[in-house]
Design a protein around this ligand. Structure first.
Ligand SMILES: [Zn+2]
Length: 198
């Protein structure tokens, strides 16, 4: 594809809309960078960063439909929870309603609470903040563990995010239960009434 001036303008606008959550200094830097790109440079940038959805679709709708990759750590009927690619801290998650509606429904709040409990158990941060935001007009809930060592949002590598996803999804091994179960069997057998031969 070759971008027309008009398409390039639209994509630039979409890109800049997404910067609303960035720290101020980063925002200015990226805004300047985006604004000075030629259509060709912009096209390369879009390809390299898998931003094809910027032709028109909202990035979160594109994630929900599976067109854009994201690492899920939980979901319910109406929402998915994905790892933030520019996390402020370990476990920073976004709860994304499957529908591009105007407000956050209670089912999204429920999933956010579920994720919060899971992250608390896994990583034991000082606290976890829940924040309702909108990106590209898609309502979201940010779930942000606070450890007291945060220095700002930082882009995570795919590898880092995958390891984190694995860590969050890993179930604790039910070792103790197994041992108990083995011990219980002979005891039960012992308690069975003796058979009386006829
Ligand atoms: Zn959307």
């Amino acid at each position: 594809m070759t971008l027309t001036e008009e398409q390039a303008k639209q994509i630039k606008e979409k890109l800049l809309e997404q910067l609303s959550n960035f720290p101020q200094d980063k925002k200015e830097q990226i805004t300047q960078q985006v604004n000075t790109m030629t259509p060709n440079q912009l096209e390369d940038f879009v390809k390299q960063n898998q931003l094809n959805h910027l032709g028109g679709q909202c990035i979160f709708c594109s994630i929900v439909s599976g067109e854009t990759q994201a690492l899920r750590i939980a979901e319910n009927e109406n929402n998915i929870a994905i790892l933030e690619i520019n996390p402020l801290s370990k476990g920073h998650t976004l709860v994304v309603p499957r529908e591009h509606s105007t407000k956050i429904e209670s089912s999204a709040q429920e999933l956010a609470k579920e994720v919060k409990e899971k992250l608390q158990e896994k990583f034991n941060p000082n606290k976890i903040e829940l924040k309702e935001i909108k990106v590209m007009e898609h309502p979201l809930i940010e779930v942000i563990p606070i450890y007291g060592t945060e220095t700002g949002k930082k882009q995570a590598t795919e590898e880092e995010l995958k390891m984190l996803q694995e860590e969050i999804l890993k179930k604790p091994e039910p070792q103790e239960e197994k041992e108990e179960a083995i011990l219980e069997i002979p005891e039960k057998l012992f308690k069975m009434p003796p058979r009386i031969p006829r």
